[in-house]
Design a protein around this ligand. Structure first.
Ligand code: COA
Length: 168
């Protein structure tokens, strides 16, 4: 079994990142929980347009990837703010889900936050019009994130669920 390594992404990783994103969730699954407008990571052209230098995207978002046997199996997008680190999204290849890659990513950004100054990590997920949370909700709770109880309206039928984890 190959070990998982995590590193900063590079511009040339864009095709593998997009493939990973498309592989992680089907378009059908996303109906009612997301919108094609958020599909930047499912489109090579769109992702190239917002990629700036190194592992950075516009607005100072950063991308890290996980590799197994030299292949990208997951990626995570985050941004370091003054008092918190925001996880924008994390996606793992379907065949690699449930094998600890998501946990390794969360632990990696926790160490990064602790080193860089932020004292909490924030992320969010969504719930559909019936109040059913997106399937990653249980993962975030398992990783120690707390549901803030807020349900923020969007211009679509789904609501945003902010999640937060305080780090020591
Ligand atoms: C959600 C996701 C990132 C989790 O990553 P993963 O590598 O599959 O998760 P891990 O194997 O590291 O799981 C870590 C722990 O969370 C638990 N867990 C994982 N997914 C879970 C879920 N959907 N519900 C409840 N618990 C879950 C695991 O059982 C594991 O617990 P343990 O370590 O105590 O045994 C991944 O499954 C994924 O990419 N899903 C599709 C895209 C998505 O929803 N992304 C998140 C929104 S941006």
């Amino acid at each position: 079994m190959s070990a998982i390594t995590i590193r900063e992404a590079r511009r040339e990783d864009i095709p593998s990142i997009v493939e990973t994103c498309q592989d992680s969730t089907t378009n059908e699954e996303l109906i009612g929980f997301s919108t094609p407008e958020w599909g930047t990571f499912r489109d090579i052209k769109k992702l190239r347009n917002i990629w700036t230098t190194g592992n950075r995207l516009k607005d100072d978002y950063e991308v890290i990837v996980s590799e197994k046997g030299g292949q990208i199996v997951g990626f995570l997008v985050f941004k370091i703010e003054e008092e918190h680190l925001y996880i924008d999204q994390v996606n793992i290849r379907h065949s690699e889900q449930g094998a600890g890659v998501g946990r390794a990513f969360v632990e990696y950004v926790e160490r990064l936050a602790a080193k860089s100054g932020p004292i909490r990590i924030e992320t969010d997920t969504t719930e559909n019009a019936d109040g059913v949370p997106w399937k990653s909700y249980g993962f975030w709770i398992r990783m120690g994130f707390k549901d803030t109880g807020q349900r923020l309206k969007t211009k679509w039928s789904f609501k945003t669920i902010p999640l937060v984890k305080w780090i020591n």
